[in-house]
Design a protein around this ligand. Structure first.
Ligand code: GDD
Ligand code: MN
Length: 377
């Protein structure tokens, strides 16, 4: 490249240097870590053309403000502030796609990942030896001693499941620290899941052997400031990802959870019907109506808590969502009865007609709830 362009002197505004490496850092409540990480990157990547893209999900602690200030002082820093969305994987995907650098690295903001490994990772990608370089805790020379017993156990279990069920052959598919060639990433991106935490596992499973992968050891350090965002729900995300990859996206965890919540609703309905009839001596129609309302309400709350936890409705939105959910379910009930009747008409087998109706109902409720109740903002 022309030296004047490289240094930016006398160059037209369009001829700005493209970085060799884009470091993508997902952040949620990391305001005390982002500046320290930037300075560490400056030292580690001295001599390289690089940039860092922080992808912040509108952190309540104002991480994006701190990043924005940093970006105003140094054009190697960029900030993507996402509103109305949450999720580590989605943030990483957007960050990588926002860059034009030939190579991208993903790392945590909290200094648990070892930024001094970035130049070796980059060299392996640039040398054409690998398409993906994984920072691994579970090969010779790496470790995750900062984990407590519980976290170490969970990580081991998830790693084993990933290896056996998804036939992922790397030592540390749960790592959140890796570098990848952007063109290869771009090919896989449409098939990746934006939900959840396990972006690397998703990439490796989706590529199914088409990426050349190298692992390099590193020590998983302790968090500098703030706390981990991994909670017990991460296990659910993991199961969802495994299911989706295993069935080539035919089975979505969201639908399974929705259907599971629906079956819990059936029990709630029957229990309320029983209580209404036997304890309060209500007429059948009223007891049945109470049961239905109670079941829809508990289904709504459970779905809001579990199935759509990444898009959870809050405050006034809960009331609005609940009313819409009632509406969706009422139409779903009509669809259910309609289908059941027409099946029964053709083939008078009660369980077949009933199951067809129920399936129609749940598919309708799921599709419409996704469109109207928990629609993406
Ligand atoms: N934008 C965005 N949105 N960033 C997020 C979100 C989110 O919903 N959740 C977490 N992050 C950011 C955090 O701010 C941090 O920079 C990084 O993602 C990792 O989150 P941590 O909360 O630090 O996770 P961890 O240290 O417990 O887990 C790490 O180790 C795992 C391996 O055991 C992560 O690197 C995981 O990706 C990794 O699988
Ligand atoms: Mn971390």
């Amino acid at each position: 490249m022309n030296e004047a362009i490289r240094s930016g002197q006398g160059a037209s505004p369009r001829a700005v240097v493209t970085p060799e490496l884009s470091v993508v850092v997902p952040t949620f409540n990391e305001r005390d870590n982002v500046v320290t990480l930037f300075h560490k990157l400056e030292t580690a990547l001295a001599g390289h053309a690089w940039e860092v893209i922080y992808v912040d999900d509108n952190s309540p602690d104002g991480t994006w403000e701190v990043v924005r200030q940093l970006a105003q002082q140094d054009s190697r820093v960029r900030c993507i502030r996402r509103i109305g969305r949450r999720g580590l994987s989605g943030a990483c995907i957007e960050g990588i796609l926002a860059s034009s650098a030939p190579c991208a690295a993903v790392m945590d903001a909290d200094l648990q990942h070892d930024e001094t490994q970035l130049p070796s990772m980059l060299a392996l990608l640039q040398g054409g030896e690998a398409d993906l370089v994984v920072g691994s805790r579970y090969i010779e020379g790496g470790n995750a001693d900062s984990f407590d017993k519980q976290r170490a156990g969970a990580s081991m279990l998830a790693t084993e499941v990933a290896k056996r069920v998804l036939r992922v052959e790397i030592a540390d598919p749960m790592s959140g620290f890796f570098s990848i060639r952007r063109d290869r990433f771009e090919q896989l991106a449409p098939q990746l899941s934006t939900q959840g935490f396990k972006i690397l596992l998703d990439i490796v499973a989706t590529a199914s052997g088409s990426l050349r992968i190298t692992e390099i050891p590193y020590t998983f350090g302790s968090r500098l400031h703030g706390e981990s965002k991994l909670d017990s729900m991460v296990a659910l995300d993991f199961v969802g990802l495994v299911l989706a990859k295993l069935t080539h996206d035919v089975v979505s965890l969201r639908f399974l959870l929705f259907a599971m919540v629906g079956s819990i609703g059936l029990f709630v309905h029957l229990a309320a019907l029983f209580v209404g009839l036997e304890i309060f001596n209500l007429p059948f129609a009223e007891a049945q109506a109470c049961g239905a309302i109670l079941a829809m309400t508990s289904n709504f709350l459970l779905n809001n808590f579990l199935t759509y936890r990444d898009q959870r409705l809050k405050g006034f939105g809960i009331l609005r969502g609940l009313l819409l959910f009632y509406l969706v379910c009422s139409v779903g009930l009509l669809a259910n009865v309609g289908v059941a009747f027409s099946v029964y008409d053709q083939e008078p087998i009660w369980w077949l007609a009933g199951a067809a109706g129920a399936l129609m109902g749940v598919v309708w409720n799921y599709a419409m709830s996704g469109l109207f109740v928990w629609r993406r903002q």
